[in-house]
Design a protein around this ligand. Structure first.
Ligand SMILES: [Cu+2]
Length: 473
């Protein structure tokens, strides 16, 4: 009997669920575990159906899915479907708590276009800890009607890359380990670490087939932005933003990925001889002065924010998996226009002293206690323009639940192609004004709201979050 070959490229398992009476059912068990990233010192972890991270869930447009989430942790948590159009009762935000030992069931119709979404906990004040401990996973949304031919063999030439940084002490603990709490500075700056994990693996080295490969890149870090590129300077083709395919492919050598941002897909041509290697790196120093400004910005940035560092290494295998070439065109995208907005809402992101705010307010409790400045009731079907300004000295990635939006303009300029598609998270640099167009529709619910928040998870936990109710018009 031959031993099973080692996986050429470590990826989370693909979970197809199980069809039960026409509904695709997934079962996730949130559990504790440990992983030995520091030799001799196992790190306590959380995971879904395993010690760290969780399976990649395969959703298909047009299907109804049910996810049964069992919380085998010792703490209350939630599980949110980031990037999914979903009724608020199934959103998995801070209102849908799952007590230790309980099972929560989410159901939704997959109505959206093909994209890569993800799932992660969203427990009030505890999101950063639960994600850092390890609960996160990719959602692959497929659409049979999508006419673009792309590498699509999961784990071979269609590869999720879950990028996370971690700060490990010599004993394997980190600032969110049991009994530990991050320092105030790390809450303000967002916790960043020096050890890079890709798919939960330190110094990941993955074998890819020669030729074209699709990468679904997810920045699952609490706070760090990455300015991705390849160590040999090769270009790649960005085909999607966080809300699905772009209107046109963009050939580039860099992709700036906000913390928590859901994953742009990109294809990378590895037309090299077998055995050749190429590093995936972050050229963070190139965008440092854009993402951090002034003395305060310099204080919240760390050494890696100012330099170039490697995340992982690709090794080129022998056999090409496909003879595909990158797409040269993509299906058109309906553009929302400024005149469609019937409501204009200022969204001011700020940091003052040891605090963060949206419109001068913080969300520190649920329900009616949420201040009016960040607590909206939006009639179903309304198109709004959100004028998001960043009055602080560091980037904030603003994320909306349930709805995808489009960038109308950035400091008055139309967005470049790679930012002009549908999005669920937008990186707003200090001093910037980014105007968004959002059509709010879906399932009305006057008692259960959706969240919008900074996706630097420490900021979210400190209250850089608001909510909106989608109500009947
Ligand atoms: Cu923030």
């Amino acid at each position: 009997v031959d031993a099973a070959p080692a996986p050429a490229f470590p990826v989370p398992p693909l979970d197809e669920g199980e069809l039960v009476d026409g509904v695709r059912v997934f079962r996730l068990r949130l559990e504790t575990g440990s992983v030995e990233w520091v030799s001799g010192f196992p790190t306590a972890t959380y995971g879904a159906n395993g010690a760290f991270l969780g399976p990649s869930l395969h959703f298909r447009r047009g299907e109804r899915v049910r996810i049964e989430v069992t919380n085998a942790l010792e703490v209350t948590t939630t599980l949110h479907w980031h990037g999914m159009e979903v009724p608020s009762a199934s959103d998995g935000g801070p209102y849908q708590t799952i007590a230790a030992g309980a099972t929560w069931v989410a159901e939704l119709d997959v109505t959206q276009r093909a994209m890569t979404a993800w799932y992660h906990p969203h427990q009030m004040h505890e999101t950063a800890r639960h994600v850092y401990m390890g609960i996160a996973g990719v959602i692959v949304v497929d659409d049979d009607a999508q006419a673009v031919e792309l590498p699509s063999t999961y784990g071979v030439d269609d590869l999720p890359l879950v990028i996370q940084d971690r700060r490990f002490a010599a004993d394997g603990t980190h600032p969110y380990s049991p009994g530990h709490t991050p320092a105030m500075h790390d809450m303000m700056a967002g916790l960043r670490g020096e050890t890079m994990l890709v798919n939960g693996v330190r110094q990941l080295r993955g074998v890819v087939p020669r030729g074209l490969v699709r990468l679904r890149v997810l920045n699952g870090s609490n706070a760090r932005a990455y300015n991705l590129g390849f160590g040999d300077g090769r270009s790649f083709v960005q085909i999607a933003g966080d809300g699905g395919l772009l209107a046109a492919p963009v050939t580039t050598t860099r992709m700036l990925l906000a913390p928590g941002a859901s994953p742009p897909k990109s294809t990378s041509s590895s037309a090299r001889s077998p055995g050749a290697t190429v590093a995936l790196a972050s050229y963070s120093g190139e965008v440092f002065s854009q993402l951090f400004t002034g003395t305060m910005g310099g204080n919240v940035a760390d050494a890696l924010d100012r330099t170039t560092f490697e995340l992982m290494t690709f090794e080129v295998g022998a056999a090409p998996a496909t003879s595909l070439t990158p797409p040269t065109t993509l299906p058109p995208i309906e553009r929302l226009t400024a005149d469609q907005a019937t409501v204009v809402r200022p969204i001011v992101l700020s940091m003052t002293g040891p605090s963060v705010a949206i419109n001068g307010a913080r969300m520190t409790e649920l329900g009616d206690a949420v201040p009016a400045a960040i607590n909206f009731r939006i009639p179903n079907g309304t198109v709004e323009r959100w004028d998001v300004s960043n009055d602080s000295f560091m980037l904030h990635p603003l994320h909306l639940h349930n709805r995808h939006f489009q960038i109308l303009d950035i400091d008055g300029q139309p967005p470049p192609i790679h930012l002009a598609g549908w999005k669920d998270t937008v990186l707003v640099a200090p001093g910037q004004v980014v105007r968004l167009m959002v059509r709010f529709d879906g399932t009305s619910n006057a008692t259960l709201p959706y969240m919008f928040h900074c996706h630097i998870l420490e900021h979210e936990d400190m209250g850089m979050m608001g909510q909106f109710y989608l109500v009947d018009p």
